[in-house]
Design a protein around this ligand. Structure first.
Ligand code: MF3
Ligand code: CO
Ligand code: CO
Length: 343
């Protein structure tokens, strides 16, 4: 990566205004905004208070040439090469190795989570540990993504870019780790509590993980892909939660995202039949309010819930086996408090 292609730090006008400057008594909607912008409050800061604001993104981190890199590492553009949906035993074996590495990085990144650290510090940790394991952090420069991990806080659904924002007591954060190791990707994420969180947020995180497992347990050869989404949606609805529609699970292997599309809600058209050897992710994003739509920040990555409601996510990479599934991003190191064998 040359300096010229390094992204500029992302700054928004308000990124340096801390929430402590928000006055105790807020203006009426049509009155001038408290921030001094001379715009109406409702057209200015109203609706952003209590929301995550874009912070400052540090420069892209360096990866030495001794590390095997995916083709997009240099260009930012993933190649459009097809790969078989059903993988050879040899590829599956390599994916097991990448998967276990991803799971360990995720667990250790999760152990760092506490009030006072920045998401940039989590990125540095994930980046360095990935290299130490001999892998490449798959997000880095994927379609130009500027960091080595995704950190999605509170109402951020996914693809949050690590920055200088400090995690606060009571936040929830999803960390999404993907490693490219020996020519294949392993992709896994989990949501974590920052310090002490509310009972509502605890329940959101618990039910989201249950949703993922219920989707996973629907997997076996001969079953239609939409049974995964059906299982997830039924469980979310039981809790009056929403399933985010725009972001889906995906085929994975030598490419980060391949053509299998795993919707997390029931779609009668999603009828592809699962076959032994297929590898894909299941990664539901669940909202506390029941909201299913998202909005995109100006950075074109950060997706937030349309209504600002909090959201959680869990993800595993798996392979369809003769009689069900095998989690590739599992193992003893994996973060899975609600795994079926623990329920
Ligand atoms: N890991 C994410 C997924 O589960 C993808 C991140 S793409 C990135 O599909 F470019 F944002 F890294
Ligand atoms: Co994924
Ligand atoms: Co992921």
């Amino acid at each position: 990566m040359t300096n010229a292609s390094r992204p500029k730090p992302v700054k928004s006008p308000r990124s340096l205004i801390s929430m402590s400057q928000v006055p105790e008594t807020l203006p009426a909607s049509n009155d001038p905004c408290w921030c001094g912008s001379s715009r109406k409050y409702k057209r200015c800061c109203k609706g952003t208070e209590g929301r995550i604001q874009p912070g400052i993104v540090s420069p892209m981190r360096y990866v030495p040439d001794t590390i095997g890199k995916p083709p997009y590492a240099a260009t930012g553009v993933p190649p459009r090469n097809e790969e078989s949906r059903v993988k050879s035993p040899e590829i599956i074996e390599r994916m097991r190795v990448a998967g276990v590495a991803a799971a360990e990085i995720l667990r250790r990144a999760g152990e760092m989570v506490r009030p006072g650290i920045t998401t940039d510090e989590i990125d540095i940790f994930v980046h360095d540990l990935t290299l130490e394991m001999g892998g490449y952090p798959s997000p880095l420069n994927y379609h130009g993504y500027p960091k080595s991990v995704c950190t999605s806080v509170n109402e951020v659904i996914c693809h949050g870019i690590p920055d200088n924002r400090v995690l606060l007591d009571g936040d929830i954060i999803d960390i999404d780790v993907t490693i490219y190791l020996n020519g294949v990707h392993g992709d896994t994420n989990a949501s974590f509590a920052v310090g002490t969180i509310s009972e509502e947020d605890k329940n959101l995180i618990k039910v989201t993980e249950e949703c993922m497992w219920l989707g996973i347990e629907a997997v076996k050869p001969g079953v239609a892909l939409n049974e995964i989404g059906r299982a997830i949606e039924v469980h979310a609805k039981k809790h009056k939660y929403g399933v985010v529609r725009a972001f889906i699970g995906h085929g994975i292997g030598e490419n980060f995202h391949t053509d299998i599309q795993v919707l997390h809600y029931y779609d009668p058209r999603n009828t592809m039949i699962l076959r032994e050897g297929m590898t894909f992710t299941i990664e539901p994003m669940i909202t506390a309010s029941g909201e299913t739509r998202h909005k995109m920040w100006d950075d074109d990555w950060t997706a937030v819930t349309a209504d600002g409601s909090r959201t959680a996510q869990f993800e595993h990479t798996l392979v369809v086996t003769a009689d069900g599934y095998e989690i590739l991003t599992g193992g003893n190191g994996a973060v899975s408090p609600c795994a079926p064998w623990k329920r």
